[in-house]
Design a protein around this ligand. Structure first.
Ligand SMILES: *Cc1c(COP(=O)(O)O)cnc(C)c1O
Length: 418
């Protein structure tokens, strides 16, 4: 076979020479070209909710592409986008009244940041500073990287990234430190917004914090008129046990980003929802106040149809029960490792379970991550540890026996890599 010209994401080609060739997906399983069946324990990078190729979503995509594949979204609109926007406004907090479409989690974050800055600029108020949590991940575009944790991932681009004020992560027992720091930061009169991953930092290591802290962060922002941006790109669509993570804190964000599970994980789509006054700040006969953002495929009709089908699945099928069963199974299976000294920081929220392997060599670039990955793959399991953190974030159609394959593998592999 000739060498592939494909440059893969987050892949060091010098040490990961061969990508597994996948030819089919069905439910919670992938099928490799060589016939192997691989359990997708991380939902293909957190996007697949109801399983690969859910028939209702597949049908919606096929029906839509037969009618309208793509159309410019400035000056034109279409039924799938209109219906989807209405439906999203219905299922999110009543404060969120407008829907802006984009194509990925990163772009939904860029849109959120631009909405926040436009809101203040168009009202003639000088506020442009962004606050973000330490350890956060908000995507790989320049704005997303700027508000995300700095490190080896973005060191070469650091000269391009804008300054952000960091709020310490609310680690257990240190919640007051976070809230005090937020309070102090919000007192500056140039703060436009705080952006957070609600309840759990994803790529930052599956670090969970309590809903009460999230609620308190929102309250502090409100006190100081700082916009609160919830990046629900990963946490949305049931991942944390509720449809959206913010529900557990009983809060309504001013701006919210959703992507990953928005189409059930079938095709790319993202939305940024906002409060009416953010839309209104851009609503003017003065055309310079327009929200100047778009991408070519904004609100692609096929993607919108897939998202509508996803929402119908949430209404028709017992999705919450499935999520509840996975959460209960995680809880139960993690107890097996509770007194095991090979593991630390056992944690779980909704369908996400995580634990750290106790190792001398632990950072993201440590060899333990790729070794574990290869060990799981050899057992026909797709699990991609974040350094020494192993996590499971499966599609909601995963069965007990599927998940037990992963828990058994964790037990075996921890012995091998230690
Ligand atoms: C994945 C993710 C993003 C980026 O989404 P992409 O679709 O990969 O651009 C942003 N924020 C969070 C919290 C994420 O988990």
């Amino acid at each position: 076979m000739t060498k592939s010209p494909v440059w893969h994401p987050f892949t060091q080609h010098a040490v990961q020479p061969e990508a597994t060739l996948i030819s089919k997906g069905e439910g919670a399983w992938l099928e490799a070209a060589d016939g192997r069946r691989i359990f997708d324990a991380i939902s293909s990078w957190w996007v697949v909710t109801h399983g690969h190729r859910h028939p209702h979503i597949v049908k919606a995509i096929k029906d839509q592409i037969d009618r309208l594949d793509q159309v410019i979204f400035a000056g034109f609109t279409h039924e799938p986008a209109e219906k989807l926007a209405r439906h999203l406004v219905e299922i999110t907090p009543p404060e969120l009244e407008y829907v802006f479409f984009s194509d990925s989690g990163s772009t939904s974050v860029e849109v959120a940041l631009k909405m926040a800055l436009g809101f203040w600029q168009n009202r003639g108020i000088k506020r442009s500073r962004i606050l973000a949590l330490e350890g956060a991940y908000h995507g790989d575009t320049i704005g997303g990287m700027s508000v995300g944790e700095r490190g080896v991932f973005n060191a070469p681009y650091d000269p391009l990234l804008f300054d952000v004020e960091r709020i310490p992560f609310p680690a257990a027992g240190r919640e007051e430190v976070t809230l005090d720091a937020l309070h102090v930061a919000c007192k500056r009169d140039d703060v436009a917004a705080l952006i957070v991953e609600p309840l759990i930092l994803g790529a930052g290591g599956m670090l969970i914090y309590p809903a009460s802290v999230l609620a308190e962060m929102k309250r502090v922002c409100e006190t100081h008129d700082v916009l609160f941006i919830a990046d629900e790109v990963m946490t949305g669509w049931g991942r944390t046990g509720t449809l959206f993570a913010c529900e557990q804190a009983g809060i309504a964000p001013d701006i919210a980003c959703y992507s990953k599970g928005l189409t059930g994980g079938s095709v790319p789509l993202a939305v940024t929802l906002c409060r009416a006054d953010i839309f209104d700040a851009h609503y003017s006969t003065d055309r310079s106040k327009t929200f100047f953002h778009s991408s070519s495929y904004t609100a692609n009709p096929v993607a919108c149809a897939a998202a509508l089908a996803n929402l119908e699945i949430w209404q028709r099928e017992p999705v919450m029960e499935r999520i509840g069963s996975i959460a209960a199974l995680h809880k139960d299976r993690l107890t097996r490792f509770r007194d095991d000294r090979r593991f630390a920081n056992l944690r779980q929220i909704g369908t996400i379970a995580a634990l750290d392997i106790v190792a001398k060599d632990a950072g993201y670039l440590a060899d333990i991550g790729p070794r574990l990955y290869r060990g799981f793959l050899a057992r026909e399991l797709l699990v991609r540890p974040l350094g020494n953190t192993i996590y499971i974030m499966p599609p909601y159609c995963s069965t007990t026996s599927d998940l037990d394959l992963v828990y058994d593998a964790i037990d075996e592999l921890a012995g091998e890599v230690a």
